[in-house]
Structure formats: C-alpha cells, structure tokens
Design a protein around this ligand. Structure first.
Ligand code: ADP
Ligand code: MG
Length: 398
C-alpha cells in the first residue's frame, strides 16, 4: 500500500507510525550545507501528522561505527525538520533506549519525533540476521505501523529499512513511490534518444550500471573521475588522476560492446588539469590525449562541455549521475555547470541522481524545478538501473 493513499491515512489517526526517512545531509560542524533530503522527506511526514498519526521518524547520518558519536548527531537535522514542517519536532537522545521510549510515549496525535542516528546501534547494519532482527524488534516496539520513505537506503538490507518492515504493518512512502516511478520510466520503454551521463568519484560503483544501460541508452557521456580509466584503457597518459587500474579490461569490454550495439560512448576531448588536488591556481586546459604526467584531471574542459550539451540537446530521456568535475571549487565546476544547464533544456524527462550531483545543481544556483526529477538516492537508483533487486522495496511487497 502507498502511505499517501486515503485508505492508509484514514487508518493512522492516534497510532504510532515509524517512518524511515533519508535525512543524511552534508554537515559542516552543526551547519547543514544542503537540506535537499530533509525537504524531500517533509511531505510524507506532514501528511501522516495531518492525518493525526504520532509520527516517529528514524534516520541515519554519515557512517558512525555502530556506537554513539556526537559528530554524527541528528540534533541539527531535528531543528531544521521542525522549521520546514512548521511544528516542533521532539528529539530523542537515543534510538530505542529510554529517551526514545519516553519521547514516543509523550507524543499526542499529530506530533512528530525524530530518533537519534539509527547507526549509533550496531544492529542496524549488522550482517548477522539475528543481531539485526533483535534491533528491529526494539524499533518495532516503538510503533504500530511502518512507512518506508528513505529512498537513499532502500538498497540496504538494514534493520530500519528491511527487518522492521517484516515486523509491522507497512506502506511505501510517497517519496519512495515517486522515485520508483521515475526509475521505471528510465528502464521500461524510455523515450528516445535516451542519453546517460555518468561522472563523480565512485568509479567502480558506477561501472556496473554501464553494463545494464549499454543495452538501453543511445548515448553514454562520461565525465568526472571515471574518464581517466577510459582514457587509460585507450592507452593515454592520465597523470595522477583518479584511476581504477583493475577495471581497465572491464572498460575495454564495455567499449567493444557499445560498438557492437551501436551505442555511442562519448569521452571528453579536453580536460582541466592541476598540479595537485584542488590547486585552483594551477588549473589549465589540456587535450584529453595529452595529459601531462605530473598533473591530474579535475574537470572536463570547455570544448567537452559544449559537446556534451550538444549531445543532450535533442534527448527525450536523460539520466545524469555524478558531477563532471570537482564542482566544489569554481575552477573545476564549469563542466558540471554545462551539463546541468543542458539538462534544464531537455525537452523530455531529465533525471538527476546521486547525492553530490543533486547538491551540485543546487550549489551552482539552478532552480530544482527546471529538472524533471532530482533523485534523493544515488546508490539506490544505480542498483535499480543495474537491474538488481532492492531489499527495502521487495520487503514491502511481502
Ligand atoms: P554522486 O554523489 O552524485 O553519486 P559521487 O559521490 O560519485 O557522485 O562523486 C562526487 C564527487 O566526485 C564530488 O565530490 C567531486 O568533487 C568528485 N569528482 C568529480 N570529478 C572528479 C575528478 N576528476 N577527480 C576527483 N574527484 C572528482
Ligand atoms: Mg556521492
């Protein structure tokens, strides 16, 4: 069932509803530098509160080591969530302990609470089913129903995503439903031309998706850190750029398959290099097949930005994951800007996936509404597009 359905909402009044949201936002100290995921989580939480549920939100922040760590406290997120909801959010100092129990017991109909970082508990991410299950029992004891709305974590078999759904009546949240709907449109009879743009730094994570998308897309544009494994595979010098040596054969095989299928893999022809990582003063443009050995590539060059934009101009479906360069620094942000600008002009469905890509379009000043869809989940979208099963979705069907 969908948590936004009238039937579900009618049944939640006065009941405790545990909502798994994805509130994993970037922080500098206690300052939230991009609140996109909190804003995306608000509609489901608000709908439940307005229906009279006692809403208990559970989420993670960063990668603490299964024990409390103040650097990863969700306290700043509770404050921001309260501002966005326009109502007080009670914050529990633990996830399932006495503070959580007291906080939940103190909720009136329509109130909202946020539990402390679920990853402060080793059971959350444990590979041991019994340990995870025991923690899920404690989470489930806090509520009468479960709503799965953390799209960024639905590819994880974790207690607050998977096991808890086996222990409570459950529903899919509106955000997860919307994300899955868009992903279906990217995989089932996408409108053509279908162009996929890949970049970012998690190279090996993303190579897998190429495998599946080669059979679906018409063009694949490669930017970001992934470029250098492709350039190296063609025999070019890549200096000290990001490189996955052990993926060179894989990349050559993709190239061969693309040729067979008539899919065009477009690589940048120029690169912005620097003498060391982040050294903006030394930034300069070189040909992609002539990267000086003592430099590293940190963005696609201006000619490549234009070529990528041209390749996107007539697209009817676009999926973009991963910034074209180190967009956090102005000297290496122009490639990402060029691709983002081209996406805003795409006449069909344009989808931006990946936490950093979504943050990049906002940081570069683009209006979110100029894109068809900005996904809140990087890994989850990629695994879906790779054709993998998402445990957090499958469990809701059971
Ligand atoms: P997403 O979160 O959108 O999936 P990733 O996490 O894979 O993207 O990568 C984002 C990061 O990639 C950014 O922090 C950016 O600085 C970095 N990046 C992009 N291009 C390069 C490059 N050529 N070398 C090193 N890092 C890069
Ligand atoms: Mg990222």
């Amino acid at each position: 069932m969908n948590a936004s359905s009238a039937e579900f909402l009618a049944g939640v009044t006065g009941r405790r509803v545990l909502v798994r949201s994805d509130l994993n936002v970037p922080l500098e100290g206690t300052t939230i530098t991009d609140d996109g995921r909190i804003r995306a989580s608000v509609p489901t939480i608000r709908a439940l509160a307005e229906a009279g549920a006692r809403v208990v939100v559970v989420a993670h922040l960063g990668r603490p080591k299964g024990a409390p760590d103040p650097a990863y406290s969700l306290a700043p997120v509770a404050a921001r969530l309260g501002e966005l909801l326009g109502r007080e959010v009670a914050f529990a100092a633990d996830t399932v302990g006495s503070s959580a129990q007291e906080t939940v017991a103190g909720l009136a109909d329509g109130d909202v609470a946020l539990l402390e970082n679920v990853r402060f508990n080793a059971g959350e991410t444990s590979k041991d089913d019994a340990e995870r299950g025991a923690f899920a029992d404690e989470l489930a004891a806090l509520a009468d129903a479960f709503v799965s709305d953390g799209f960024g974590v639905v590819h994880r078999k974790q207690a607050s995503v998977y096991d808890v759904a086996q222990r409570l009546p459950h529903a899919m949240g509106g955000l997860v439903a919307a994300e899955i709907d868009v992903l279906r449109r990217l995989t089932i009879e996408p409108e053509r031309p279908y162009v996929v743009v890949l970049g970012g730094s998690k190279v090996s994570d993303k190579l897998g998706v190429i495998d599946n998308l080669l059979g679906k897309a018409d063009k694949l544009l490669i930017g970001g850190g992934m470029v250098f494994t492709f350039l190296k595979a063609q025999g070019h010098e890549v200096g000290t750029s990001l490189l996955e040596e052990d993926q060179l054969d894989t990349v050559r095989a993709y190239q061969a398959r693309a040729d067979e299928l008539g899919v065009e893999i477009v690589l940048p022809t120029d690169i912005v290099v620097a003498d060391s990582f982040g050294d903006e003063a030394s930034a300069r443009v070189v040909a992609a097949d002539a990267i000086p050995a003592e430099t590293l590539g940190l963005d696609i060059g201006p000619a490549s930005g234009e070529a990528f934009a041209a390749a996107l101009a007539d697209a009817r479906t676009v999926f973009w994951n991963g910034p074209m360069g180190v967009f956090e620094q102005p000297a290496f942000a122009e490639g990402t800007r060029a691709v983002a600008a081209a996406l805003t002009k795409v006449p069909g469905l344009s989808v931006v996936g990946g936490g950093d890509s979504a943050a990049a379009v906002r940081a570069l000043g683009f209006d979110e509404s100029s894109f068809g869809h900005i996904s809140t989940g990087g890994g989850a979208s990629l695994e879906y597009l790779e054709g993998k099963e998402l445990p957090g979705i499958t469990v809701l069907e059971g």
